[in-house]
Design a protein around this ligand. Structure first.
Ligand SMILES: Nc1nc2c(ncn2[C@@H]2O[C@H](COP(=O)(O)OP(=O)(O)OP(=O)(O)O)[C@@H](O)[C@H]2O)c(=O)[nH]1
Ligand SMILES: [Mg+2]
Length: 430
């Protein structure tokens, strides 16, 4: 029923951009570079790109009408199958462009949705993408079925087949959307239960622009083998692993979906639950690809997304990655001055393990060390003590078990509540 779910042969692509007066030429070129990376990720071969400087987006055809014939020539010359527009097309613009260019036209949103669709691995991610796609498609059905009416004598003469088909599709899509929302809600509830189980642990999330190297860092720190690719949106699900077997309380590290500027709002909504792990973190590692030309824009985008997620108050450590790609040592020196608290690493080198020490150090600073005396009657509480704190010293004396332990203030409150504050000797060591 839905043409968008068919496997589409993606061949030669042409990129199209309108440069508005608010944008410089180099900004426009950067935006097209990113669009080209997205297009390559989805499997297209980018043959050419066209930038048109205009005071505003044309309401009917996105680019100026006069530009269409030049675009048609390029389509013909390079045998283009797909035109990709940098921006969001209204349903009307999309339809008009396809009609005029006689070629498939996508906007940036559809391109990103396509990548997400290709890369989704888990059941949950697949449902989230399907939901985002259907929401995107709902107002665009008119364009998809118009050919049925054209074939049967044109729109407007009578209620055509296409129009009826649209109504059927709309109904089906709406009911599918409702079903998907229900399924996703259920997964969220399950996640909520898991979250409660993890409340005893300290949580660190790796966040940052897509392709910054988050999964590479995750693999190095947790000896995992998550997919790492020089492509955008290799990761679509959050993965959580134990950082260090021995550390108490336990520290969990999560890898998350990468951010991108102007993330389609359909996807922001769908991925809100996947990104819950970010909102729930005690510490964020903000990974930045230092070799990206527009890394500052990447930083801003990440900060905006954190803001939208309500995660901007969580302590954050900047991690500038891929320093092996920086030849100009002066640039590195200046950046270190500019970001004195940041870490500069190459996730592909051994030195990445220093991040683990940084994480442990960060939490250690927030820990308190206390002494307690547990009488033998209450020794069954030792299991909780070992689970929620780090036992620095333990002595079995005549009057009970003397312990020196270090834990976060949350876990200490929990222990006080659990085993009774009378066991705490009141002496706080640090
Ligand atoms: N030269 C260099 N390449 C790196 C480094 N870290 C990661 N990469 C490469 O950068 C690309 C992206 O790495 P990933 O770890 O997949 O990046 P990510 O942030 O998880 O990306 P998404 O999941 O797609 O958002 C891969 O080709 C990595 O091999 C590094 O320190 N130096
Ligand atoms: Mg990744």
């Amino acid at each position: 029923m839905i043409s968008n779910q068919q496997v589409i042969e993606l061949g030669n692509a042409l990129l199209l951009k309108v440069q508005l007066p608010s944008q410089t030429e180099s900004e426009a070129l950067h935006a097209l570079e990113e669009l080209a990376s997205l297009a390559t990720t989805v499997g297209c071969q980018v043959k050419d790109q066209i930038i048109q400087a205009r005071p505003q987006i044309h309401p009917a055809t996105f680019v100026g009408k006069g530009k269409l014939s030049a675009i048609k020539e390029v389509i013909h010359h390079f045998d283009i199958n797909l035109v990709i527009v940098d921006g969001t097309l209204t349903p009307k613009q999309g339809k008009n462009l396809e009609d005029s260019l006689k070629c498939m036209v996508w906007d940036r949103t559809q391109l990103i949705l396509e990548i997400f669709g290709k890369n989704a691995k888990t059941h949950e991610a697949k449902k989230q993408i399907e939901l985002a796609r259907l929401q995107y498609m709902l107002p665009r059905l008119v364009g998809m079925w118009a050919h049925l009416d054209r074939e049967r004598g044109g729109i407007g003469t009578s209620r055509g087949m296409g129009e009826k088909q649209i109504e059927t599709d709309r109904r089906e899509i709406r009911s599918r959307i409702a079903h998907l929302k229900g399924t996703i809600k259920q997964v969220e509830t399950e996640r909520e239960i898991q979250k409660k189980r993890r409340d005893d642990c300290l949580k660190v999330s790796l966040i940052g622009y897509t392709n910054a190297g988050k999964s590479t860092v995750m693999n190095a720190l947790t000896e995992s083998s998550l997919l790492v690719e020089d492509k955008l949106f290799a990761t679509l699900d959050s993965t959580t692993r134990l950082l260090d077997e021995k550390n108490r309380p336990q520290i969990l590290l999560s890898d998350t979906v990468g951010f991108i500027k102007n993330l389609p709002h359909e996807l922001v909504a769908s991925f809100r639950s996947t990104l819950e792990v970010v909102r729930d973190a005690d510490l964020l590692f903000h990974v930045v690809d230092i070799s990206a030309l527009d890394y500052e824009e990447h930083i801003d985008t990440a900060l905006q997304v954190l803001d939208e997620l309500g995660a901007n108050c969580i302590p954050r450590i900047m991690v500038f990655n891929k320093i092996d790609r920086i030849e100009n040592q002066t640039q590195l020196f200046i950046m270190k001055k500019q970001y004195p608290d940041a870490l500069f690493i190459s996730a592909q080198s051994e030195a990445v393990t220093k991040l683990r020490e940084q994480i442990i150090h960060f939490f250690d600073q927030k820990m308190e060390t206390v002494k307690i005396c547990l009488d033998y009657q209450h020794s069954y509480n030792l299991a909780h003590i070992y689970e929620w704190s780090r036992v620095d010293n333990i002595n079995y004396m005549d009057d009970g078990i003397h312990l020196t332990l270090t834990a976060s203030s949350d876990n200490l409150s929990r222990l006080r509540h659990h085993i009774g504050s009378s066991h705490f000797q009141g002496e706080q060591i640090s």
